[in-house]
Design a binder for this molecule. Sequence first.
Ligand SMILES: *Cc1c(COP(=O)(O)O)cnc(C)c1O
Length: 362
Amino acid sequence: MRKVFNFSAGPAMLPEEVLLQAQAEMLDWNHTGMSIMELGHRGPEFKEVADQAEADIRELMSIPKNYQVFFLPGGATAQFAMVPLNLFGKNKTADYIDTGVWSKKAIAEASRYGTVNIAAKTQHQDHLAFIPHQNAWQINSDAAYLHYTPNETIDGLQFHWVPQTGNVPLVADMTSMILSQPIDVSQYGIIYAGAQKNIGQAGITVVIIRDDLIGDPLPHTPTLYSYKLHAEHHSFYNTPPTYSWYIAGLVLAWMKRQGGVSAIYEKNKRNAAKLYAVIDDNQDFYLCKIMPENRSMLNVMFYLANEQLTPVFLEQAEKLGLTNLRGHRVSGGVRASIYNGMPEKGVDILADFMRDFVKRNG
Ligand SMILES: *Cc1c(COP(=O)(O)O)cnc(C)c1O
């Protein structure tokens, strides 16, 4: 048993079972006498690992046949460029929803290649942040796509509905929420996610893309940034991040053993509800600055009303093995990131500690 529950926003906690399996297989993967990271990426052994990971994510997310699944390097940040480079086409214009730090980075990158229309932004009412509903958005019917961030990791803000964009493809940066709840993939044109929060370790990004969006990238697009190239080579144009792919495969198989996405979702919902209940029961002590309908299930952000107690809170939590609860350097406060790999026990200990901390300091 590990002694620490890691509430980091990413790279994040992995299931102990997965780490133990990786450890057991380290020196001799599947009787090859080698570690998987030493195996050729074009050999039949690695191909089996790669194919199984794809089959498992297809099964877990019920990905329709007219979508490709890529496993690519470069993190979600590479997708900030790949999406506009591949989808802008002739008009070179797209709609973006700005809900926080990660949306802004996606917007800044897309703006290098064309025109970005900010169709909507986070709003505030009574000092609480919320996402305006779609009827208040300024949507451009010529947009090549609409990009949004369903869960803003740093801001702790989440959409609990899916934008309806008609014929305009919907592009979602799901890095901090992929596989955390059931979704209908057919509502999206592209879904992408860096693996290090919900699917495994850093170094690999999952891209789920509808066939008809794999067109021609803009001229001067770097070779490795073309979706068409990755479709033609099944993510094997050059050496893929094999170990990250393997770990993602172990996590996906673990998810299936847990009962799939719906079971993980129930666990995630319970975890989030426990923490928000402590915050709501102690509103003079803990402040959540997000409207209830936009609170994140994966990144629970809150502040201590008495800010001087924040370092004390963090230090005492650390002593209990509750680590990496410090809020982002931009936002301050406390952030509990509770992704797919966070067991309920970690959240129970945190919730108890939060209640106890109020008793001792309230
Ligand atoms: C962490 C995160 C990113 C950055 O991912 P990298 O893999 O580091 O490029 C992008 N978007 C969201 C929503 C994130 O949470």
